[in-house]
Design a protein around this ligand. Structure first.
Ligand code: URA
Length: 186
């Protein structure tokens, strides 16, 4: 709502999403994992969806990929607390009845359902740059499929804000090729 402090607006969004039936798809688990970070952040990271660790801790990017992201943020000379970290999809995607620690990427439909919330977050925070982590997150924001290899290194505009795409940190964890890993750190 107009005029409220940024933190209040984010808190209000969080309340809205809990009560919003449109986002509670049957293919998603119930625990909402919203965002973490500073409402005045200049850089906003946008991932895909929470996984097992994130659902347990109710915080985005706290599992292995998240710990790596935190490390990368540190190497950038920033702190996790000073940036804004969010996901397009605010619920862990359902894999099956005995899901355990298994995770999956959100589908286009699942991201579409949550899209109004990440859009509102961007609108409120007004970062100087949006960084999509991975092709899925980028697709969720832009509606376009494009391999990260082609999208990275270019500054685009997302509703008037600078927008870049890089590999998801989990790509770094899977990929042992130093030249590929270097691309993420760059
Ligand atoms: N991967 C994501 O895209 N988001 C998280 O919060 C954790 C892992």
């Amino acid at each position: 709502y107009e005029g409220a402090a940024k933190a209040d607006q984010i808190a209000y969004l969080k309340e809205l999403i809990v009560e919003d039936d449109e986002v509670h798809l049957d293919t998603l688990l119930n625990t909402m994992v919203f965002s973490v970070g500073h409402v005045d952040a200049e850089i906003m990271f946008v991932g895909e969806a929470p996984g097992y660790e994130e659902e347990q801790q109710r915080e985005p990017f706290v599992g292995p990929a998240g710990q790596l992201l935190t490390k990368i943020i540190g190497v950038m000379g920033l702190q996790r607390e000073s940036v804004y970290i969010s996901n397009i999809c605010k619920f862990r995607p359902l894999v099956g009845p005995d899901q355990g620690t298994r995770n999956r990427k959100p589908t286009a439909e699942e991201m579409q359902a949550c899209l109004p919330y990440i859009m509102a977050e961007i609108e409120i925070v007004q970062p100087k740059v949006i960084v999509a982590l991975g092709a899925t997150g980028a697709e969720g924001l832009t509606g376009r499929q494009e391999p990260v290899g082609r999208a990275r290194g270019k500054v685009r505009s997302w509703n008037g804000l600078p927008f870049v795409v890089t590999y998801h940190p989990s790509y770094l964890l899977r990929n042992t090729d130093l030249s590929e890993r270097r691309k993420v750190w760059e």
